[in-house]
Design a protein around this ligand. Structure first.
Ligand code: EPU
Length: 440
C-alpha cells in the first residue's frame, strides 16, 4: 500500500461509451480522517483508527503531523496508529501548508501543547472560491489567543485558551471542527452557535468524546463544550465517505449502468437519494451497501446545494453531469461555495448544454449580489463526446472521469493526482466497473 496513492502516470486516456457495471467499495471519509488525525495530537497517548482511507489528503495530514513530531504507524491496510508523546515543533512549513487547506486545523493541538503555532496563510486545496479562514481566527482570538500575520504566515500564541461564546456567521465545516478541537482543552465553557452539523463533524465529536471531551449538542446548531484538563488516546472507526458513495451512485445512473457500492450508508445519503429518485434514478438499499441503477428515462429537476441536512456542495458536480442526461431543463443553485462551476466549461466542450448565471435561480443566497456565476441551467439529454481535459480540482476531476466514460470516443484527462487526493484506489475501482484506462 502506498502512502499517497499517487498514480504512476497522471494522464489517463479513456475510451467512452460503456455503462458502469459491477461492484466497488467505499473507503473511510476523507473529510473525517484529516480532522481525526489532527485531533489525536491533542493527547500524548496513542490513538488507533480503522477504516482509514489510502488517499493523498491523509498522506499530507500525516506529513504535517510528522513535521511537528507525531509518529504514524500503519498496523494493517486500513488501520493507523498515531502517537505524539511530545511535539517537537510548533511550525508548519509553507511547502506543507500549500498542499491542501488543513494546516490551519493544527492550531488547537499546537496552542495547547506548545503555546504557539506558526501556520502558512497561503493555503492550497481546491479552487472553488476565496475560502478564507477568518472564522477560525476570530474564534481562537475570542478564546484568548493573539493572532498576527508575519511573513505570509499566521503567528498564533496563547498562554492558555479559555472558553468563549462564538457565533459563526455561516455554519462552516472546518471552522466548527477547528474550534471544537481547540475548545476541548480550553479552560471553562465554549459555545459555538450556528455551527456545522455535517456527519463528518459528528464523527469528530464522537472521537473527541471517546478521548474524554465533554461536548453537548443542542437542537439549534449549537455546541457547548466544557473544557477538560486532559484527553486520552482512543480507538475509532471512521464513517464511510458519503461524497465518494454519492459520486459513484450518480456515475452509475448517469452512464445508464448498474453498480453496487459496498459500505455506502443510507443514513448519510438521504438527501442525495431523494434527489436521485426525483430525477428518475433508482437505488436499492442492502445490508452492506446500496445498488444504483436506472428504471426509465431521466427527467429534469431543480436543485439547491446547502449545509447539512441539505444537498451537499460536493455532490453537485457529479449530479450536474447526471442532469445532462435528463429530459428537459434542470436548474442547480450553488449556495455553499461561490465559484464551484468552473469545471462546467470542459463539459460544454464535450457537448453539454449548460448556461451559467450570477443571479440566484432559487431562493436568494449570500452570493445574490456577487459577480460569481453560481446558478446553472442544464438542458438534456445530450450525448457527450470525448475531449482533452485538464482536471482543476478533486470533485470536478471525478466528474470529468465519469463524463469521459459516458462520452462517445476517446478522452484524455490530465491531472489525475487531484482526484487521488480523495478517491482511494481510483484506477482499480474504475477498472472493476469495466472502465478501460490507458496511461498516456
Ligand atoms: N467561510 C468563510 N470564512 C471561514 C470559513 C469558511 O467565509 O473562515 C465560508 C467559505 O468561504 C464558504 C462557506 O463558508 O463560502 C463554507 O465553507 P466551509 O468552511 O464549510 O468549507 P470547508 O470547511 O472549507 C469542508 C470540506 C469541503 C466541503 C465543505 C462543505 C474539508 C477538508 N473540506 O470545507 O470538502 O465541500 O466543507 O461541506 O472538510 C472536498 O472534499 O472536496 C471539499 C471541498
Amino acid at each position: 500500500m502506498t502512502l499517497n496513492n499517487k498514480t504512476e502516470n497522471n494522464t489517463w486516456t479513456i475510451e467512452g461509451g460503456q455503462p458502469l457495471s459491477g461492484e466497488v467499495s467505499v473507503s473511510g471519509a476523507k473529510n473525517s480522517i484529516t480532522k481525526l488525525l489532527v485531533a489525536s495530537l491533542l493527547s500524548s497517548e496513542p490513538s488507533l483508527f480503522s477504516n482509514v482511507p489510502d488517499i493523498g489528503d491523509r498522506a499530507i495530514t500525516q506529513s504535517i503531523g510528522e513535521a511537528v513530531g507525531a509518529k504514524f504507524n500503519l498496523k494493517s491496510a486500513h488501520s493507523l496508529e498515531v502517537s505524539a508523546p511530545d511535539l517537537s515543533s510548533d511550525e508548519i512549513s509553507l511547502e506543507l501548508g500549500n498542499q491542501n487547506r488543513l494546516a490551519i486545523m493544527m492550531m488547537g493541538p499546537l496552542l495547547h501543547r506548545k503555546g504557539r503555532a506558526l501556520i502558512p496563510a497561503a493555503a492550497g486545496g481546491d479552487k472553488i472560491g476565496p475560502r478564507p479562514v477568518d472564522f477560525h481566527l476570530d474564534g481562537v482570538r475570542k478564546m484568548g489567543a493573539r493572532v498576527e500575520v508575519r511573513d505570509g504566515a499566521y503567528l498564533i500564541e496563547s498562554d492558555g485558551l479559555r472558553g468563549a461564546d462564538i457565533a459563526l456567521s455561516y455554519p462552516s465545516v472546518t471552522s466548527t471542527e477547528n474550534l471544537l478541537i481547540a475548545a476541548t482543552l480550553a479552560k471553562g465553557r465554549t459555545t459555538i452557535r450556528n455551527a456545522a452539523i455535517e456527519p463528518e463533524v459528528m464523527d469528530l465529536v464522537t472521537y473527541l468524546q471517546k478521548m474524554g471531551a465533554i461536548i453537548d449538542y443542542k437542537v439549534d446548531r449549537t455546541f457547548v463544550i466544557q473544557g477538560v484538563e486532559k484527553l486520552s488516546g482512543a480507538t475509532h472507526r471512521l464513517m464511510p465517505d458519503r461524497i465518494v458513495a454519492a459520486s459513484l451512485g450518480a456515475a452509475a445512473v448517469a452512464s445508464d449502468g448498474d453498480v453496487f457500492v459496498r459500505n455506502a450508508q443510507q443514513r448519510d445519503l438521504i438527501t442525495f437519494l431523494n434527489a436521485l429518485r426525483r430525477v428518475g434514478g433508482a437505488f436499492e438499499v442492502q445490508a452492506d451497501g446500496i445498488r444504483f441503477f436506472r428504471k426509465g428515462a431521466l427527467k429534469a429537476i431543480d436543485l439547491e446545494t446547502s449545509v447539512h441536512p441539505g444537498f451537499m456542495t460536493d455532490w453537485q458536480p457529479p449530479f450536474l453531469l447526471l442532469l445532462t442526461q435528463a429530459e428537459g431543463m434542470s436548474v442547480v443553485h450553488e449556495t455553499v461555495f461561490e465559484d464551484r462551476f468552473g469545471y462546467v466549461s470542459a463539459l460544454q466542450d464535450m457537448g453539454a448544454e449548460i448556461a451559467l448565471y450570477d443571479s440566484c435561480l432559487g431562493k436568494s443566497c449570500r452570493f445574490s449580489t456577487s459577480h460569481y456565476k453560481h446558478s446553472a441551467v442544464i438542458k438534456g439529454p445530450i450525448k457527450l463526446r470525448g475531449a482533452d481535459i485538464e482536471v482543476p480540482d478533486l470533485r470536478a476531476g471525478f466528474t470529468y472521469l465519469i463524463a469521459a466514460i459516458m462520452a462517445e470516443g476517446k478522452s484524455t484527462i490530465h491531472g489525475i493526482e487531484h482526484i487521488t487526493r480523495g478517491y482511494e484506489h481510483l484506477e482499480s475501482s474504475l477498472q472493476s466497473l469495466g472502465v478501460v484506462i490507458e496511461h498516456a
